[in-house]
Design a protein around this ligand. Structure first.
Ligand code: SF4
Ligand code: SF4
Length: 716
């Protein structure tokens, strides 16, 4: 048995992908074009509403798979189709091998099927001496190269036309030009003969409709039409997650699937099969059709309150298309068989812990996948949950345990930070950066300079400078998070000054501590839970209108994750929900609640661009407020390319995968510099640490500020 790879080996493989210029350029170009194409395809459609409806109908189907399977089987058999149920991959493969043998088949043509990839069907068929040819162009290419798909919809996206040209030259024994049109012609010529000779065709299915007993296939190349019509036997292998009650449910998914997958309104072919039709090559003139419905853990997953949502996946591949990590390293490093965010999850369920344990750590938690998922699946949360499960099974690494223990003990944590302030003195520069990175950090972490711990934490400043507001319009409590408390207190101070000037009375509960996101990112759910309880209790006595935080990551974590973390304790769950309901980010509070106006600020005219923190734009769905505030504050806002793409910080992610963090940062900084802005504004101290540190190493003059700082400075 092959030994499981450790994180070091996995990181070496990531490095190889990062050094592959072709892969990087292709995935970059694709990511940009995809985003524009998708936006165009969905214009005039309420995509959120559609996704919600899909989620509900898929959840409903998952709750009654047994019933739907029975209905589907009865209706399919009534139209002359044989229906089989396979509990796992081996059983599915054995059923299909058996069908081929019973029908005397030797040559098989296949259309693309991720379910067949999941069961490793080709190997099982070939082991029995059957000849299998993939007919989807991308699948045929990777079959010839003996490798797996690197994308669920575009399996050979990682290969250049030159590589394909060389491959086709080898296969045909004739030198082939590396021109795409010519290569497609070669494939067509080679594959046509295979269709004619084949006695069995194998496909997957996008939909299995219980009310009709029919299946639906969504394709672009037309090969599935030939695979399902020419050979005398057709086998369709599909997961039981494809079962849907009505044709209407399938048509709803069809409205989203191609748009989400490739930005197409509709694929070139949509094939519906509703029974055994006439077939000239069959002895009795009738096609033999078999549907194989695969469970392979899906029914168990459907019973899991958290993971049942995985069965909503319609395999559109969009979660890879928008993933900044996939964009850097490609699908072979971002999944085992299934690719992208859903691939990280399915690898654990279908292919085991050893294959999944490195993959699930390689998620920066940017929420881009969750934002776009056709089934509305909370993919980042599930990835973190699997990481936590693996740690429970394998044991927790020492650094995780230590950090968990420290964060759970506020006094110890703050004492350590105060001690570190003294310890850093010999290496602290006047400009707020550490001169040399400590020795524990290797060269690979030098892509950004690290900040020093502040002379006076915000909590100490607050004790002496707490403003008194005579006739408050609002009463708020401030949540600083550890970075703004101990590293960037000036950001909190700026907010306090602006709030006081706008008649906002403030409290700062002293028992608050780190929000706990760093330990959640490390899969330490118990520590994350304990930190959440500590913070909820710290704010328990506050009778405020809002709880404001200047950190986008804290805001999203407090608002969305705290209620989930304590859901098993009904008394605390209620408190957590009340706490979460009051959370608001700085920009939304100042723009939407305080409604500050242009006339309140000096017209400074400084050119400023913006970086949208992942947890603000996707985590909290806040888009307009910060940009409007920049304009309101008297600055000239210049839009930056890919403003809402992750800067590569991701808390502990940037420590674990510095090679990926630095690449994401480098792209971001190049985009920022192209704007020619003097100032880069954002509203998350983590992003500020990453961006400021990166610009310092680059020697750039662009200043990175929190929006709160410029608003306080530009106030009349
Ligand atoms: S959260 Fe971001 S990094 Fe993680 S899988 Fe989703 S898109 Fe990729
Ligand atoms: S998880 Fe969502 S985005 Fe990813 S393939 Fe499935 S449906 Fe598409």
């Amino acid at each position: 048995m092959q030994k499981a790879k450790d994180l070091k080996e996995y990181r070496k493989e990531l490095r190889e992908s990062l050094d592959n210029d072709f892969l990087r350029t292709t995935l970059d170009n694709f990511a940009v074009a995809y985003r524009a194409g998708r936006a165009n395809a969905f214009k005039d459609i309420d995509v959120r509403q559609l996704i919600n409806e899909i989620a509900c109908s898929k959840d409903d189907a998952a709750a009654r798979y047994d019933e739907l399977y029975e209905e589907f089987k009865v209706n399919a058999e009534a139209s002359g189709v044989h229906v089989h149920f396979a509990k796992d991959a081996d059983e599915a493969n054995a059923i299909i091998v058996g069908i081929a043998k019973d029908a005397g088949c030797q040559k098989i043509v296949k259309a693309k099927s991720m379910t067949a990839e999941e069961t490793l069907l080709n190997h099982a068929l070939e082991d029995e001496g059957l000849e299998v040819t993939e007919t989807d162009l991308g699948e045929w290419i990777i079959q010839l190269r003996h490798e797996g798909p690197s994308h669920m919809v575009m399996p050979a996206i990682h290969l250049s036309r030159y590589q394909v040209g060389d491959l086709f030259s080898e296969v045909t024994g004739t030198k082939q030009d590396a021109e795409i049109e010519k290569l497609v012609k070669v494939a067509r010529r080679e594959l046509r003969q295979k269709y004619v000779e084949a006695d069995m065709g194998i496909t997957g299915a996008n939909f299995a409709v219980a009310e009709t007993g029919g299946i639906g296939l969504v394709t672009n190349e037309g090969n599935a039409r030939l695979v399902t019509t020419l050979p005398r036997v057709h086998v369709a292998l599909m997961g039981m997650d494809k079962l849907l009650p009505k044709l209407h449910d399938a048509l709803r998914i069809l409205k989203v699937l191609p748009r989400n997958a490739t930005g197409q309104q509709l694929t070139s072919y949509v094939t519906w099969i509703t029974g055994a039709s006439e077939c000239a090559s069959a002895e009795n003139g009738k096609k033999e059709i078999h549907y194989v419905i695969l469970d392979n853990g899906r029914s168990e997953m459907a019973k899991d309150p958290l993971f049942s949502q995985v069965n909503r996946c319609v395999r559109c591949g969009a979660c890879a298309n928008v993933c900044p990590v996939y964009r850097l390293v490609g699908g072979h490093k971002m999944g085992h068989i299934y690719i992208g965010a859903i691939g990280l999850i399915l690898t654990y369920f279908f292919h085991g812990k050893d294959k999944a344990k490195n993959l699930v750590q390689n998620c920066i938690n940017c929420e881009a996948c969750k934002d776009i998922c056709a089934g509305g699946i909370d993919l980042p949360r599930l990835i973190k949950e699997i990481h936590a499960r693996i740690l429970e099974e394998d044991g927790h690494p020492l650094p995780n345990m230590l950090l968990g223990k420290v964060l759970k003990n506020r006094k110890l944590f703050h004492t350590l930070l105060r001690t570190a302030k003294w310890g850093q003195k010999p290496v602290a520069e006047k400009d707020g950066f550490i001169r040399h990175l400590p020795l524990i950090f290797s060269k690979e972490h030098s892509f950004r300079a690290l900040p020093t711990i502040a002379e006076t934490p915000f909590r100490d400043w607050w004790k002496d400078n707490r403003p008194h507001v005579e006739k408050p319009k609002y009463r708020v409590a401030l949540f600083s998070g550890c970075v703004q408390d101990f590293v960037y207190p000036e950001q909190m101070e700026a907010a306090v000054n602006l709030f006081a000037a706008n008649d906002v009375a403030m409290e700062y509960p002293m028992e608050q501590s780190c929000c706990g996101l760093p330990v959640q990112m490390m899969g330490e759910m118990k520590a994350s839970h304990d930190v959440a309880v500590q913070n909820i209790r710290a704010f328990e006595a506050e009778t405020c209108d809002y709880i404001i935080t200047l950190c986008a990551s804290c805001a999203a974590h407090l608002k969305h994750n705290y209620p989930k973390l304590v859901k098993d304790n009904p008394r605390l769950a209620l408190k957590a929900q009340q706490f979460a309901d009051k959370i608001i980010d700085y920009s939304s509070f100042v723009y939407d609640v305080l409604k500050v106006e242009k006339k309140d600020f000096k017209e400074v005219g400084t050119k400023a661009t913006y970086h949208a923190p992942c947890h603000l734009c996707r985590g909290l769905d806040v888009h307009d407020a910060p940009r409007k505030l920049i304009e309101t504050s008297g600055m000239e806002y210049v839009e930056c390319t890919e403003e809402e793409v992750c800067c590569g910080f991701g808390g502990t992610f940037s420590m674990k995968f510095p090679e990926l963090s630095s690449e994401l940062l480098s792209k971001k900084l190049n985009n920022v510099e192209e704007t020619k802005a003097e100032v880069l504004l954002t509203d998350c101290p983590g992003c500020i640490m990453q961006l400021r540190g990166g610009l310092k190493v680059k020697g750039s003059n662009v200043k990175v500020r929190h929006i709160a700082e410029v608003l306080a400075e530009n106030r009349k």
